[in-house]
Design a protein around this ligand. Sequence first.
Ligand SMILES: Nc1ncnc2c1ncn2[C@@H]1O[C@H](COP(=O)(O)OP(=O)(O)OP(=O)(O)O)[C@@H](O)[C@H]1O
Ligand SMILES: [Mg+2]
Length: 76
Amino acid sequence: MLIHVDDDGIGIPPEEREHIFSAFTRLDRSRDRSTGGYGLGLAIARRVLELHGGTAKADASPLGGARFTLSWKARQ
Ligand SMILES: Nc1ncnc2c1ncn2[C@@H]1O[C@H](COP(=O)(O)OP(=O)(O)OP(=O)(O)O)[C@@H](O)[C@H]1O
Ligand SMILES: [Mg+2]
């Protein structure tokens, strides 16, 4: 199973695309203290995917923003 989640937002710089999956990471240019969350969403999402034998990664979207790709083996 493969799911792409695309947006047309600010995007994620290539050098940050792995780092954003670390807990409590928030990139200054897209989130400040007043609007940002805890920086846990992506870390939790990746952990859930890994526990199902899958992966979660970030990339550039054809829409101009971020693309998140979630991938796992569908149960037979
Ligand atoms: N769709 C996106 N476009 C651009 N940057 C993003 C996007 N999603 C996440 N990020 C960047 O990655 C950081 C980490 O995202 P994550 O979802 O883990 O935390 P959060 O959204 O800040 O807080 P939380 O999900 O815990 O409420 C964000 O703070 C932001 O800088
Ligand atoms: Mg989030």
